[in-house]
Design a protein around this ligand. Structure first.
Ligand SMILES: NC(=O)c1ccc[n+]([C@@H]2O[C@H](COP(=O)([O-])OP(=O)(O)OC[C@H]3O[C@@H](n4cnc5c(N)ncnc54)[C@H](O)[C@@H]3O)[C@@H](O)[C@H]2O)c1
Length: 273
């Protein structure tokens, strides 16, 4: 199928990397279904994407020429996941790419022996079980089509450990494992599953993302946190969300047709040290 007739679902699309992916896939000519929780939740200690930010992403994608639906839903909620798939099929009749971008970085900032069971569950439910729900529901639509691309936004925390981020690190290592196992299950059906591991992504004002600042907050870092993260970057630059979106666009397209179960690192060399 030509990209111009293709349909992509992106979770976590209200802002940040999800918004960058939506804009890039709109440029590719794909029709879009954008999902985000669109509200704060008591279990997460910082502001999540809002409904108005999700609407803003839709406006930007529509201006770029994409047919765009939005849905406020929580990847922890099975009914919300079913509903976003129902909306996708009702509006567009198919699903070619599913991008699991929704995620949280905190509650974090504690030694592993100080993490509460509830904080652990919240992290795993949003960052690992949420992508599993989206992936399996997407696969049920893609199997009869005989094609599809599922892209999991993991992290360098899916490849190496970080002190005081055991929940986040475990969730992202789990997502890398899910990617590889699901790739083997779904490859015979023409469905490719791959992961992208971003390094430290700059919080760009036009994308309204806050994750790097939240990492700094969890670590109680003082001063210019971008400068502190830069010290660990071999290429002496933080990653731009557009660089992640470019990789996602490639994985969503037929240009990557032989790429199956891959874990693509986009981190400026951080994990090569
Ligand atoms: N920013 C970075 O430096 C960085 C680095 C590595 C990996 N990542 C990963 O990239 C992804 C996007 O990060 P970002 O920087 O854009 O963060 P962000 O906080 O700006 O965006 C994440 C979005 O996910 C949404 N979301 C959170 N919980 C949700 C839920 N339960 N259901 C639906 N939506 C939910 C939020 O509302 C928000 O809009 C995350 O999975 C993150 O772990 C980010």
């Amino acid at each position: 199928m030509a990209d111009g007739d293709s349909v992509a679902l992106i979770t976590g699309a209200a802002r940040g990397i999800g918004r960058a992916c939506a804009l890039r896939l709109a440029e590719e000519g794909m029709s879009l279904v954008l999902m985000d929780i669109g509200a704060n939740t008591a279990e997460v200690p910082y502001a999540l994407g809002s409904r108005s930010q999700l609407e803003h992403t839709r406006r930007l994608c529509s201006e770029a020429g994409a047919n765009t639906e939005i849905f406020s839903g929580d990847v922890r909620n099975e009914q919300d996941v079913d509903e976003v798939m129902r909306i996708t099929l009702a509006r567009f009749g198919r699903l070619d790419a599913a991008v699991n971008c929704a995620g949280i970085v905190s509650p974090s900032g504690r030694s592993v022996d100080e993490i509460s069971a509830q904080d652990w569950s919240t992290m795993l439910d949003i960052n690992l079980t949420g992508p599993f729900r989206i992936l399996s529901a997407a696969a049920r639509i893609m199997k009869p089509q005989g094609s599809g691309s599922i892209i999991n936004i993991a992290s360098t925390a899916g490849l190496v450990g970080y002190r005081h981020f055991a929940g986040y690190v475990a969730s992202k290592h789990g997502l890398v494992g899910l990617t590889k196992a699901a790739a083997l299950d779904l490859a015979p059906h023409g469905i490719r599953v791959n992961a992208v591991c971003p390094g430290s992504v700059r919080d760009a004002p036009e994308l309204e993302g806050t994750m790097l600042r939240e990492v700094a907050n969890a670590l109680e870092l003082n001063g210019d946190h971008e400068q502190l993260f830069l010290r660990d970057q071999p290429s002496n630059a933080l990653v731009d969300a557009a660089d992640i979106a470019e990789t996602v666009a490639w994985l969503a397209s037929g240009r990557s047709r032989s790429v199956v179960g891959a874990v693509v690192t986009v981190d400026g060399g951080f994990t090569s040290r």
